[in-house]
Design a protein around this ligand. Sequence first.
Ligand SMILES: Cc1cc2nc3c(=O)[nH]c(=O)nc-3n(C[C@H](O)[C@H](O)[C@H](O)COP(=O)(O)OP(=O)(O)OC[C@H]3O[C@@H](n4cnc5c(N)ncnc54)[C@H](O)[C@@H]3O)c2cc1C
Length: 562
Amino acid sequence: MDAYSVSYTSPSLRGSSRIYQDLAAYRQATRNRIGQKAEQLNMDFLEKLRKPRPSKPPRIGIVGAGISGLRCADVLLQNGFDVTILEGRDRIGGRTHQATLPSGHLVDLGPNWIHGTESNPILDLTKETSTPTHTWEEQVNIFDENGKVLQNGSSLTEAMWGIIVQAFKYSAQNTANIDPKKSLHDFFLEKVQETLPGEENSEQQRKIVMQMAELWGAFVGSPVETQSLKFFWLEECIDGENLFCAGTYKSILALIAKPALEKAKLRLSTKIIKLETKPNAITLTAEDGSESEFDEVVVTSPLGWLKINKPAFHPPLPTRLSQAIDSIGYGSLEKIYITFPRAFWLKDGAKPEDQFTGFTQWLSPIYAPDTNPSKWNQEAVDMATLPIPCAHPTLLFYIFGDQSVSLSTDLAALPSEKEKQAHLTRFFKPYFSKLPYYEEGSKDCLPVACLATNWVADELAGYGSYSTFRTGLQKGDEDIEIMREGLPDQHLWFAGEHVAPFVALGTVTGAYWSGEAVGKRIADAYGMAQVDKDDFNPEEINSNDGSKEVNVRGFADKALEE
Ligand SMILES: Cc1cc2nc3c(=O)[nH]c(=O)nc-3n(C[C@H](O)[C@H](O)[C@H](O)COP(=O)(O)OP(=O)(O)OC[C@H]3O[C@@H](n4cnc5c(N)ncnc54)[C@H](O)[C@@H]3O)c2cc1C
């Protein structure tokens, strides 16, 4: 997930919440089964998977050195396995990756939020690595379709989030009966009328709320019109705050990777193109033709990769698993960093509440017909107000869906870096030029560098960003569970953000948990699980400060506190 994530389950309701039951069951089922109670709980599961106790460490191949693959390697190494990671890129990290801006500042190209502070292992790693984080005070900077600052932005934003909360409740309570074709957009159309009844002035306000609803697309990487209402509840995130990872994910990634880098065999630039199950082993074939045999293989390739590469599996994937891979959506989200000589939109000495800090949104702009005829909403976060030394005079824009594809195509058609930079400046100028203190012709208001991600064209990222739940989806929860289960009897397991606990799908935390879960399941299957001092405590899930009914990342956090 990116700039936002939502949870509505209040702590008192967690016992009966499907999403928290799933988290408890998921983590309980992946506990190292040393204790008698857990052993009983999982007897059937274990019997089904039990492998003969090996005389030498079983060989495990992990496809992919992203967060899930690295965490899986760590758990397997701790339990005495012989681990090899085969990574298609020439680096580790997968979608968790950084680049350096010309200003010298390191930025995240993939995740830069930590979603939820309640029992989130990524938050623990953030603290362990002293990675600075940040939350912006609630502030609503919104430009209307004419490029004028919205005066009643706060109340309309509240109305918009109110409807989102209602949609979460409605989806969770009525999932079985909701027509799969129904979208979050449909729900908004109904509810905006109830929330803002009346004529004329209200009509205008309803229109603005509908425009604001389009911003949901940046949460999931695809438009609100295709967001499944039936499975909207699967977008819920871990409770607590949402922190911007001001110091980047770099040190967190390094810490997760450390055991694998020290003890596993890591083969970079090794793209796997064929996975063939044999009676007692599984053979992986790399693009260069080399073959490697393993006792078990964990595939962490993104869902978008699996969708396109199902023929790589021999024998073919079972029909139900194949359907599950097809059914779950895969979004596209891109980031564009635009750096200026100085943060011209901030004024020394001005009060924070009078400044354009945190998020700024430009709704359905009609004033950029040449570059944005589709009137795609724009949205940016200001990095100049991050804590020192992380602050730099940069605006980080988020784009998604068709706009991502369009920008990627336009940039690919430009031959030189200079032209690409000019294109990005031209595209985003109608928006940053609306910010306070902008002066046409001033050197301070002219970008010095732009950096755009291109996940949508990245084969090993599955041509997108992360999983999402689209209209038409009939059995979203079951699909995830089917993928999670994998094919242990064929020595094939799946890990990654797309098979995470429901409450962490699409996130770094989810990827981490999924790798851990598969590592522990394999250790169990071989009877090699060791006692783990950090094992899951079910109490964690029920403890919470309970201040918020809804957890929405970033700027809306405070607006939604009860
Ligand atoms: C733009 C963007 C913004 C995001 N924002 C956030 C956020 O703010 N917060 C958050 O929590 N999450 C966010 N996410 C999601 C987060 O990045 C992912 O959930 C997480 O990084 C996924 O980890 P993974 O291990 O599942 O997959 P990956 O990181 O994709 O790792 C899979 C690895 O497998 C490799 N691979 C794939 N196929 C093959 C093959 N055939 N052979 C060999 N190697 C292969 C890939 O190269 C990759 O290294 C964002 C993602 C994107 C793209």
